[in-house]
Ligand binder design. Structure first.
Ligand code: ZN
Length: 146
């Protein structure tokens, strides 16, 4: 669990970024628990939109707060938050296409699994392209407390 001071600072930055990224129609939540892996893969952060696409919950990993020794920590943090928030813009399309249960039932789960894997990979590339371009025009985060 994040310390109260860290949570407050990270949430303040997340809300500021959401506003600057045209997400004022979204409720953006930061979860207090750390998430270091998703489906067994290490991640800096993850996010999940609700099925109405009106809110998104963002989770940060412990590594989000640590320098990797190669790149600038605050730039990495800005990229990560920007990436997760671009997901909020894209999730409507995702839920109506390759995560749509009706389509899965129509095409069968084997075909759907291929469709889902490709869709996911292409979507992540697209989110990266958008967020890499967008992040540089957004403010860097403060130094987050322990
Ligand atoms: Zn992503």
């Amino acid at each position: 669990m994040m310390s109260e001071a860290r949570y407050k600072a990270a949430n303040k930055y997340l809300q500021e970024m959401a506003k600057l990224m045209n997400l004022s129609h979204f409720d953006v939540y930061l979860e207090r628990a750390y998430t270091d892996t998703v489906d067994g893969v290490s991640v800096a952060a993850s996010s999940k939109a609700d099925t109405n696409i009106s809110s998104i919950a963002v989770r940060l990993s412990t590594t989000f707060f640590e320098s990797n020794g190669f790149s600038d920590l605050s730039e990495d943090q800005r990229n990560t938050i920007c990436h997760e928030l671009v997901h909020a813009h894209v999730d409507l399309m995702v839920l109506h296409t390759y995560r749509n249960a009706t389509i899965r039932d129509l095409v069968g789960s084997q075909v759907f699994a291929m469709f889902e894997e490709t869709g996911n990979n292409v979507m992540e590339q697209m989110v990266n392209q958008i967020s890499n371009g967008w992040a540089t025009s957004l403010p860097l985060p403060p130094r987050f407390p322990k």
